[in-house]
Design a protein around this ligand. Structure first.
Ligand SMILES: NC(=O)CC[C@H](N)C(=O)O
Length: 302
């Protein structure tokens, strides 16, 4: 496995230069583009890494999985009264579908859906940003995980589009808390800084029937775990979820910080990171690395 990870990074490294680091969030635009890392964490606790696997980066939309898991944990099936679990076929920050569908987001992994989930969590937690930070510290086993307040502030200053979605949902009666407060929580989740190793460890309960071995917690039931994985498989990479299923064949979640996490149920989690994105907002070299890995090992849920 170690040799394979090194070889995969060598193979995809020449792709660096063909994508574009996200700069619509100014604080993300200055991240050096030539970083590349991968970590594989097995259900038996084995860890393999290569490249910049220990360097923290902005998790961005990968945090949408943690928010969803918190919401399922305290509210269960009731959350689906507020949003769907269908793929959107639209970019992550699209507004058009939301107006047509009367303020009910298609799924929890596009921005509108994640904002509704954050609204649900806002009603539940006294300090949502702290609850989330503590949750991911437990899941990753890393008490050093921090929110990058510069990134969170930069996102808040450039919140127009996300704010537009939230206010549109409020106009349809599908938003219950103060929009600005929920946006603050949402951006603080997106601005969590974690490495490939942190994220591979933090997602391992999704490969292990909902049980996180290192924290000793049953995070979700086995059935709920299958359901979260199914939403990752159909919606985890926005309007490129079909391409990811075709090329990689695993439940996955990406973020505009350039990270992608994938789950091999019953066996492993993988996190790859390279900041340059393709036009859909997914890590360009990261997609290629995961495709090679799943091909070489024959991992696919299909
Ligand atoms: N796709 C992403 O990673 C988007 C997250 C980002 N914080 C946003 O709201 O635009």
């Amino acid at each position: 496995m170690q040799a394979l990870l090194n070889e995969i990074l060598d193979t995809v490294r020449p792709l660096i230069g063909q994508g574009k680091v996200a700069d619509y969030i100014p604080a993300l635009g200055s991240v050096p583009a030539d970083q590349l890392g991968i970590a594989v964490y097995g259900n038996d606790g084995e860890l393999y890494c290569a490249g910049d696997a220990h360097t923290p980066f902005s998790v961005q939309s990968i945090s949408k999985v943690f928010s969803l898991v918190q919401a399922i944990d305290h509210s269960g099936e009731a959350i689906w009264e507020r949003l769907g679990h269908e793929p959107s076929g639209q970019p992550f920050n699209s507004l058009v579908q939301l107006e047509f569908e009367r303020g009910r987001p298609r799924n929890p992994f596009i921005n509108a859906g994640a904002l509704v989930i954050c609204d649900i969590n806002q009603s539940r937690f006294a300090a949502p940003a702290l609850s989330m930070r503590d949750f991911v510290r437990r899941l990753s086993g890393n008490p050093q995980v921090m929110v990058d307040s510069k990134v969170a502030e930069s996102e808040y200053q450039h919140r127009a589009r996300n704010a537009a979605m939230a206010y549109l949902m409020q106009s349809f009666g599908n938003f219950h808390n103060d929009v600005e407060a929920v946006l603050r929580s949402y951006f603080s989740h997106c601005a969590l800084r974690m490495s490939c190793v942190d994220l591979a460890r933090a997602f391992c309960f999704l490969a292990n029937d909902g049980f996180c071995k290192h924290s000793g917690e049953q995070i979700l039931t086995a059935r709920q775990t299958q359901q979260v994985n199914s939403i990752m498989a159909t919606s985890g990479l926005y309007d490129e979820a079909g391409n990811f299923a075709y090329r990689v064949g695993l439940p996955g979640k990406s973020g505009v910080g350039g990270g992608i996490v994938a789950v091999v149920p019953g066996r492993f989690t993988v996190c790859v990171w390279s900041p340059e994105l393709n036009p859909a907002g997914n890590s360009l070299a990261g997609m290629a690395a995961l495709e090679l890995l799943s091909q070489r090992i024959g991992w696919s849920v299909f």
